[in-house]
Design a binder for this molecule. Sequence first.
Ligand SMILES: N[C@@H](CCC(=O)N[C@@H](CS)C(=O)NCC(=O)O)C(=O)O
Length: 247
Amino acid sequence: MHYLQKYMDKIPNIKTNAKTPPSSKSNILLYCNYYSFYSQKVLMTLHEKNIDFEPLEVDITKGEQYSSWFLEINPRGEIPVLKVNNEIIPDSTRILDYLELYLDPELPSLINVTTDKKILENINKFRDLIEALPAGVITVGSFFHPHLCGSPKLPFILPVRELLKTGDLGSSKNLRKLAEENPKAKGILLYKAEIQDRKHEILSNEDEYLKVLNIVDQVLFHVEEQLKTQSEGSTFYFLVTNYKHYK
Ligand SMILES: N[C@@H](CCC(=O)N[C@@H](CS)C(=O)NCC(=O)O)C(=O)O
């Protein structure tokens, strides 16, 4: 079973028209896309913590993240975004911290699982290492250099890869155009266009892309080394040693 399937199966109704304000039963909404790495982190956390929420799918392959209604919510035009009542929380890392620290102290902890400072430091060290990996560069770069990668995984079938490649090539130009059309988001979109140019330089150049892959390799080496020090028995849970509540 795909590791996401258990989370996706729980999603009752995928809403595709996020423009329509939901007549929501829940006061927690997640603007997301099920194939986005950053959205997946948040979706898993919401499910692991058993939080009642409503997912609203934003179609990033069609550029829905740059619709004016979405730029009002997040001027960066990025998912995931969490909305709790009228509070907007963008960025997966901020969302995870919000869910862990502020939403409801009664909810099961996923990060602050212990008072042991050494274990917490270790959790945060790996969190930082993994968060620093540029997921978009890694993914889109693999479409430019297929010989460096294994077989692509769903949803990255050839038409999707081609679509995302073309999207990447025109992305900074689009961002600059959008910046002119959306005065409120202008500064952030222009900044994003600059970053996009830099990202494109890296991912389209084989030597530069190989440097990124080497960093991924080093990070995953550390993760594997850590996992080797832990038993895979009933107390095994990612990077946490002997966290007994996860069986
Ligand atoms: N730092 C952000 C990154 C979010 C991000 O890059 N999301 C991607 C989807 S995986 C996105 O929305 N891309 C659309 C775009 O930038 O145009 C986070 O952690 O949430």
